[in-house]
Design a protein around this ligand. Structure first.
Ligand SMILES: Cc1cc2nc3c(=O)[nH]c(=O)nc-3n(C[C@H](O)[C@H](O)[C@H](O)COP(=O)(O)O)c2cc1C
Length: 349
């Protein structure tokens, strides 16, 4: 099995992390990844503290392995996505890991979690932010590169950002996120210095992911140039830079996508999705991701996905994704790399 310092310290069988995707990384997927030996992270998104506590309990009912959660640090139309009570729940439940994304968390949250024995990771997109996260007390940083899906803080591709970040924060472990979906990209990230990898898009194409079937199908069908960075989505969280699949609304606004456009008058709704126990009418440009219960026009919706969609070829169970990635990376490193290396280093002309 593939082992790293981080996987051993955290009691994982494999150095693979489920990205905490709001709406999609729900208890069945988080538990499946943890049961497969990785680290499942619940995507808390806009869920209020009592709903988050329910998600933790539901995950615990499905796994006895370590798991965690990801919080967004940002104010939006629903107020601050994360509040003190979220952090209190995570600490009381002694989650293995909490990830913060978008902005840095207050030091009081970091201290409270670490006192409870929960490790704190911060997902960042620049070397400077990584240093700030470590100064704040982060146990690890997630290096999110520009290939990543969803809200992207990454400013450069993984192949240049990851080694720079590893050098900058050593000995703090760095987890790689963005562009990883198969054994080759897993092996490459480990060789570039990552202690683990965090995958979002690849895990959307699993039966356990809480994503609309058509959304999964489009990820499986996507090629390398089928995702783009855009700011059009988000009356709920305006002007976020997101990597999404191309669809009609994305193409219509190409070249005019540096901000979330104003809402049309009269208001237009593109669909409906359950949110906090009520039916939420999705306004034009909504950044809510389509789940199995969502109705409406997917050509108008935010289909967040990374460039790694191009390496995602089928909907397969999360445990198979983990096993295939690890098996392929092992055989690449053990069997294929030595013969390739000896050819590269051969003195024959
Ligand atoms: C659909 C989707 C939703 C996401 N939601 C979140 C989120 O709520 N919180 C978070 O920290 N990261 C989120 N991310 C970003 C991931 O943490 C990670 O950076 C990204 O998935 C890595 O790229 P990949 O999707 O190509 O694997 C999301 C990513 C995707 C694709």
């Amino acid at each position: 099995m593939l082992r790293t310092r981080l996987s051993e310290e955290y009691g994982l069988r494999v150095p693979i992390v489920l990205a905490p995707m709001g709406f999609l990384s729900m208890p069945p997927l988080a538990a499946a990844v943890s049961n497969a030996g990785g680290l499942g992270l619940i995507g808390v998104g806009p869920a209020p503290p009592p709903a988050f506590a329910d998600l933790v309990r539901a995950t615990r009912a499905l796994t006895s392995a370590p798991f965690g959660a990801g919080f967004i640090v940002e104010d939006g139309a629903f107020g601050p996505a994360t509040v003190d009570e979220h952090v209190e729940v995570a600490a009381a439940e002694r989650l293995a890991v909490v990830v913060f994304h978008w902005n840095l968390p207050p030091r009081s949250w970091v201290d409270a979690l670490r006192r409870a024995g929960t490790r704190v990771w911060v997902q960042v997109g620049t070397v400077e932010r990584a240093r700030e996260a470590v100064a704040l007390g982060a146990d690890a940083v997630i290096c999110q590169s520009s290939e990543a899906g969803g809200h992207v803080r990454g400013v450069a591709s993984l192949v240049s950002l990851l080694p720079a970040m590893v050098d900058a924060v050593r000995p703090t472990p760095v987890v790689a996120a963005g562009g990883i979906a198969d054994g080759r990209t897993l092996a490459a990230a480990l060789l570039l210095g990552a202690e683990a990898v965090s995958l979002g898009t690849r895990f959307i194409a699993t039966p356990e992911a809480n994503a609309h079937p058509e959304y999964k199908r489009r990820i499986v069908g996507a090629g390398p140039d089928d995702t783009v960075l855009t700011h059009i989505f988000g009356p709920e969280w305006p002007d976020g830079r997101m990597r999404v699949l191309r669809n009609r609304v994305v193409e219509e606004w190409r070249g005019r996508d540096e901000r979330t456009p104003p809402q049309p008058e009269p208001p237009q709704f593109i669909g409906s999705t359950p949110l906090g126990g009520v039916e939420y009418r999705m306004p034009k440009f909504s950044c809510m991701l389509p789940t199995p219960e969502t109705t409406g026009d997917l050509e108008e919706m935010c289909l967040a996905a990374g460039e790694s969609a191009a390496l995602t070829h089928a909907v397969t169970p999360a445990a198979d994704v983990v096993q295939t990635l690890v098996g392929d990376a092992e055989s690449l490193l053990r069997d294929r790399a030595p013969s390739r290396t000896s050819r590269l280093l051969s003195s024959k002309r």
